[in-house]
Design a protein around this ligand. Structure first.
Ligand code: ZN
Ligand code: ZN
Length: 172
């Protein structure tokens, strides 16, 4: 039982890492066409981004079914994946984006930090140069602010260089 609980908790923690990587390199990478709906003004209750949640649910269910069919301890890994999904929906959809009729205000410092960090993720338009890809852990707000500033500065440098090249070409 202790071992199972440990597997469950480890999966939950590991899922934050998986989520971070998936958000940064898949959702803001080749999977942007699905995630994009989440970075645009809302049109309806569901968005194409929910496909990712569906995939998460399928993975969790498959693991739980396999575990219950005798492949112990897959059901505990599945439970960890499911718990991550549930917490994500509660925190991300409920508290940060307030998609629900009841709109809880984040009072707890931890929730406030998640809230602010995720708003900064949404402060960057488009898929590139974003910050704060985590869901259940966020670095301190000042760290994210610095990252955001550095991103903007490097983007401005690239733009300057582009304009410089253009002028050079125009001058011939
Ligand atoms: Zn995003
Ligand atoms: Zn969001």
């Amino acid at each position: 039982m202790i071992l199972h609980l440990a597997i469950f908790l480890c999966t939950l923690v590991a899922m934050e890492g998986v989520g971070f990587l998936a958000h940064k390199y898949v959702m803001h990478g080749p999977g942007w066409f699905l995630h994009r709906s989440h970075h645009e003004p809302h049109l309806g209750v569901v968005e194409t981004n929910d496909v990712y949640l569906l995939v998460l649910a399928l993975v969790a269910i498959t693991l739980i079914v396999l575990g219950n069919a005798g492949h112990d301890p897959l059901q505990w890994i599945g439970a960890g994946v499911a718990a991550f999904g549930i917490i994500y929906v509660l925190v991300h959809d409920g508290i940060v984006h307030r998609h629900w009729p009841v709109r809880p205000k984040p009072r707890h410092p931890y929730l406030r930090r998640l809230y602010q960090a995720h708003l900064m993720h949404h402060a960057v338009k488009g898929r590139r140069n974003s910050v704060s890809f985590g869901f259940l852990y966020a670095p301190p707000v000042r760290v994210i602010k610095r990252q955001l500033r550095e991103m903007r500065e490097s983007e401005a440098r690239v733009e300057d260089r582009r304009q410089g090249d253009f002028l050079d070409e125009a001058r011939g």
